[in-house]
Write a protein that binds this ligand. Structure first.
Ligand SMILES: Cc1ncc(COP(=O)(O)O)c(C=O)c1O
Length: 450
C-alpha cells in the first residue's frame, strides 16, 4: 500500500501548529509511523534489506519529502534552509546530531595506530622533500600536469613492498572506495558485500552499474548463496566480493582464506579493504591480505591516513586494474592529484613499517594489556587495536563518552548510521600514542560509568 500525504497528514494542523507555519517532524504523525513504512523500496532487490546506514539515510530523505508535502498542505513551502534545519532537528531529537570537537585528552580515538602521524621520520621526510623543491600542491589531475615523480616512485615502492603487480595512489580512502566500486564492476556483474563494509564502498556501489547484494557479516555460506541465487536468476557477469580484512567498528577479521576459495570457485574478484590492518598486521605490516597480493583476482585498498600516519590511499592489484582506473575512473580523471609531499611521506611510512618492527610489537603488547583490562569489565577482547564497548542506546553512549572526555580520555561514541541501530558504542582505539598506565586508567574510569 502506498502512503499518500493525505493518509499521513490530517486536514487540520497538529496541536500547537498554526496554519501557515511549517510543522516540525515531531509535530507530524510521521513520527509514529513504523520505520519500515518509511523506508524506500527501490527496484534493486537488496534495497529492502540494505544495511542500516543506507536505510537510515533513505528514511531521513523520505521524511523530508513527507515534511515538504505536509508544509505545502499547510499552505507554505519549505525553504532550502528550513529543510536542512528540519533534518538537523530530527537528528537532535533522536540523539544523533553531531558536532565537531577538536582533539583533547589522551588518544583513544585516532587510527594513528603506530603513532606515525607525529613521528620525527615523517616530519623529516616532508622537510627533506620541501628542501628538494617538491611543491605542496600537485597543480592538476594525474593525467595532466599533476603527475609528479613522487607519485610514481611511491606507486613503484608500494607495489614492490606489498607484492602486488601495480599500485595507484589516490586521495582519501573514501574516494578510493568510490573509485573502485563505481568503476570496476560492470553492468551485468554482481557486487556481493559484507553487510558491514564501509560507507564509502556503499557510495561507490550506488554510483556503479552492477547489481549489488549484502550478505550477513562474515557469513561465507550466505555470500556463496547470494552468488548462486544470482546465477540461478541468469547472472552471467563477474561477482565482486567486497569485504574489509579488519572491520572498522567491530575490530574483528574477515575469513580471508574462505573468501579467496569462494572467489576462485566462482571466478569472482575479491576486493579487500585493508584500511585498519595495513601497518598493524602481517609480515612487515603488509596487512592481513599480504599473502593474497599478486593474485589476478584480488584488489586491495590500503588507506594511508591510519597506521601509515599520512593521508590518501593505495589501490593494489593487477596492472590492468590500475590501467582501467586511470582510463575510466572518473574520480581519478577529474580530480587534482594528492600532494606530492604526502606521496613522499607515505613512501617513508612504508620504509618505517619495514625498518621499525618494534612499533608493531609495542602495539601488540598494548592491545593485549587492553584486552586484559577490559576483560575484567566483562568486555570481550577483539585482539586488535579496535575495541568496541557496546552500549546500545545512542544518548547513553554519548553521555558515557562525554564523561570519559571530561576525565581526560579522548573516547568517541559511535552511533547509527555508522553502526547498526541499537548497537551504539564507544570505539576504543589502541595506539602507540598512549601507554599501559593510560589504558589501565581508562578501564578504571569506564568501570565507574558502565
Ligand atoms: C574500512 C574503511 N575504509 C575506508 C575508509 C576511508 O578512508 P579515509 O579515511 O582515508 O577516507 C575508512 C575510514 O575510516 C575505513 O574505516
Amino acid at each position: 500500500m502506498s502512503i499518500g500525504p493525505s493518509a499521513l497528514f490530517p486536514a487540520v494542523a497538529p496541536s500547537g501548529a498554526r496554519i501557515g507555519e511549517v510543522p516540525s517532524l515531531v509535530d507530524c504523525p510521521l513520527a509514529d509511523l513504523p520505520k519500515e513504512r518509511l523506508a524506500g523500496s527501490g527496484p534493486n532487490p537488496i534495497e529492502g534489506a540494505c544495511p542500516v546506514s543506507e536505510g537510515d539515510d533513505r528514511r531521513t530523505r523520505r521524511e523530508l519529502v513527507l515534511a515538504r508535502q505536509a508544509a505545502s498542505r499547510y499552505g507554505t513551502s519549505m525553504t532550502a534552509l528550513k529543510v536542512l534545519e528540519t533534518d538537523l532537528r530530527r537528528l537532535e531529537e533522536v540523539g544523533r546530531r553531531r558536532v565537531l570537537t577538536t582533539r583533547r585528552g589522551q588518544d583513544f580515538a585516532s587510527n594513528d595506530y603506530l603513532g606515525l602521524a607525529g613521528s620525527d621520520r615523517l616530519r623529516q621526510a616532508i622537510s627533506d622533500a620541501l628542501d628538494r623543491g617538491v611543491p605542496i600542491g600537485s597543480g592538476g589531475s594525474r593525467l595532466l600536469r599533476g603527475n609528479a615523480e613522487e607519485h610514481e616512485q611511491l606507486e613503484e615502492e608500494a607495489a614492490r613492498f606489498f607484492g602486488a603487480q601495480s599500485a595507484l595512489f589516490t586521495g582519501a580512502g573514501y574516494g578510493a572506495n568510490l573509485l573502485i566500486f563505481a568503476t570496476l564492476p560492470q553492468r551485468g556483474d554482481l557486487v556481493v558485500h559484507d553487510e558491514l563494509v564501509h560507507a564509502s564502498a556503499h557510495e561507490g556501489m550506488r554510483l556503479g552499474r552492477a547489481e549489488r547484494t549484502a550478505f550477513a557479516h562474515n557469513d561465507i555460506g550466505a555470500a556463496a548463496d547470494a552468488v548462486a541465487s544470482w546465477r540461478r536468476r541468469g547472472g552471467r557477469g563477474t561477482p565482486w566480493i567486497a569485504v574489509e580484512s579488519l572491520y572498522s567498528m567491530d575490530g574483528d577479521r574477515a575469513p580471508l582464506a574462505d573468501l579467496t576459495a569462494l572467489a576462485d570457485r566462482e571466478a569472482a574478484m575479491l576486493v579487500i579493504d585493508e584500511a585498519h590492518a595495513t601497518g598493524v598486521f602481517g609480515p612487515e605490516g603488509r596487512g592481513l591480505a599480504a599473502g593474497l597480493e599478486g593474485r589476478d583476482n584480488v584488489v586491495t585498498l590500503r588507506t594511508c591516513g591510519k597506521a601509515l600516519g599520512c593521508e590518501g590511499a593505495l589501490i593494489l592489484g593487477p596492472a590492468i586494474v590500475r590501467d582501467f582506473l586511470i582510463n575510466r575512473g572518473r574520480g581519478f580523471i577529474f580530480s587534482t592529484a594528492p600532494s606530492p609531499l604526502i606521496a613522499a611521506a607515505v613512501g617513508q611510512a612504508l620504509r618505517i613499517l619495514r625498518e621499525e618492527p618494534e612499533r608493531r610489537e609495542r602495539l601488540s603488547t598494548l592491545v593485549r594489556h587492553a584486552g586484559r583490562e577490559l576483560g575484567h569489565l566483562g568486555i570481550a577482547a577483539t585482539g586488535s587495536s579496535i575495541q568496541p564497548v557496546l552500549i546500545g542506546d545512542d544518548r547513553r553512549t554519548m553521555e558515557v563518552a562525554s564523561a570519559l572526555q571530561a576525565a581526560g580520555f579522548d573516547v568517541r561514541g559511535i552511533r547509527p548510521p555508522t553502526v547498526p541501530a541499537g548497537t551504539s558504542r564507544l570505539r576504543l582505539s589502541i595506539t602507540l600514542n598512549v601507554d599501559q598506565a593510560a589504558i589501565s586508567a581508562l578501564a578504571t574510569a569506564l568501570r565507574k560509568l558502565l
